[in-house]
Write a protein that binds this ligand. Structure first.
Ligand code: CUA
Length: 392
């Protein structure tokens, strides 16, 4: 008697455990699902493809919305029908009768072949025409070359009418509102003078600013194009959308859309020489050039040069650094110069060794120092940061 009772209690507990497990799974799943629904905008969370702010993104959304709802209607109809049929025609206890078999029914076979074909054809017409539309060469564009590197973005503004000097900047793409911006996307191209055939440029990236446009692959030795157009000034977050190694997830960027006047002012500033010459930087020059060899990868002297690392000639005019991962301020910059791999993972242990050592990313100047090389102090990092922060 007692034995039976406890078995009954055990099985009741087991049933309860199973119910709880499903509840936990259900609630957890719901929480994860709802976490993706935030519609908060602004630079903190504006990688939102459902909030188009650019022409291309709007056109994609206009196509995506009806196709999405058609798909939802069809999926719901199929699911409801499947569940209904499974219940309605289930095998019942004590009954041997089978429902009417319709395998090989000509009317059904024809209708469920033709109907999907018609729906797909209807969806294909606007889809294909939009592909060609988005690929069309824009009129009177501002040209910008985008170079994907491990793990940051370089933006080159080639010669514009009236400007006889190139602008090379990093991670913050300034564009004017109300004008087409024709992007020329590539990764590692010798003709651009963008570095060597080393690991840092031999991978595929993907350029994506969800609020402005669709994705475009960024391929070594190949040119892809993408047009951006927006009439809304603002900061739009972008992200590398193709796995490209250790810090792929940290390969962010910003598109800063400005009124034409503000964009002109930005251009004029970028075309200027550095606000402070390296030779006037006091002790920083020795640290930057001789002791830590920063000039091996960066330049602070000429905003038209493309080198291994980001061009720093106007670093202080940017709002972020490290491919958009950190706000640009003194404390962050000191941490970065001192030991960047602790802020963004990088494969850069051998970076301070001379070639043929290969290098991906920025090395730590305070950890894993190769024998015979100096190790940086925080005071030195601060001196370098103070110099760089003057480069408006
Ligand atoms: Cu670059 Cu992922």
């Amino acid at each position: 008697m007692i034995g039976l009772k406890s078995t009954g209690r055990q099985s009741a507990r087991l049933r309860l455990d199973a119910v709880n497990r499903w509840r936990v799974l259900g609630l957890g799943g719901l929480a994860l699902f709802l976490a993706g629904c935030s519609l908060k905008s602004g630079p903190k969370n504006s990688q939102n493809t459902f909030r188009p702010k650019g022409e291309a993104a709007q056109k994609i959304d206009n196509l995506m919305q009806p196709v999405f709802w058609i798909a939802i209607i069809i999926a719901t109809a199929v699911l409801v029908a499947t569940v209904f049929i499974a219940i309605r025609f289930r095998q019942r206890k004590g009954s041997d009768s089978r429902p009417k078999q319709i395998h090989g029914s000509t009317p059904f076979e024809i209708s469920w072949t033709i109907l999907p074909a018609v729906i797909l054809a209807v969806v294909a017409i606007p889809t294909v025409s939009l592909i060609f539309d988005l690929d069309a060469k824009p009129k009177d564009p501002l040209n910008v070359t985008v170079v994907g590197k491990q793990w940051w973005w370089q933006f080159d503004y080639p010669q514009q009418a009236g400007i006889d000097k190139k602008i090379v900047t990093a991670n913050e793409l300034h564009i004017p509102t109300g004008r087409n911006v024709a992007l020329d996307l590539t990764a590692c191209d010798k003709s651009l003078g963008t570095v060597d055939e080393n690991a840092a440029c031999s991978v595929i990236h993907s350029f994506w600013v969800p609020e402005l446009s669709g994705k475009r692959d960024v391929v070594p030795g190949h040119r892809n194009t993408l047009t951006l157009y927006t009439d809304k000034p603002g900061t739009y977050l972008g992200q590398c959308a193709e796995y490209c190694g250790l810090s792929h997830a940290n390969m962010r960027f910003r598109v800063i859309a400005q009124s034409p006047e503000d964009f002109e002012a930005w251009t004029a500033n970028q075309l200027d020489g550095p606000a402070v010459a390296l030779s006037d930087s006091g002790g920083a020059e020795n640290l930057f050039v001789k002791i830590y060899g920063c000039t091996g990868c960066h330049t602070t002297a000429d905003s038209s040069l493309s080198v291994y690392g980001p061009n720093l000639t106007h670093l202080a005019s940017r709002t972020t650094f490290a491919s958009g991962s950190y706000p640009l301020n003194r404390a962050n910059l000191i941490d970065w110069i001192y030991d960047s791999p602790s802020l963004v993972p990088m494969e850069s242990k051998s970076c301070r060794l001379p070639p043929p050592a290969t290098c991906v990313g920025m090395p730590s100047f305070s950890k894993n120092t190769p024998p015979g090389m100096p190790s940086m102090t925080r005071a030195e990092a601060a001196e370098l940061a103070d110099y760089l922060l003057q480069l408006k």
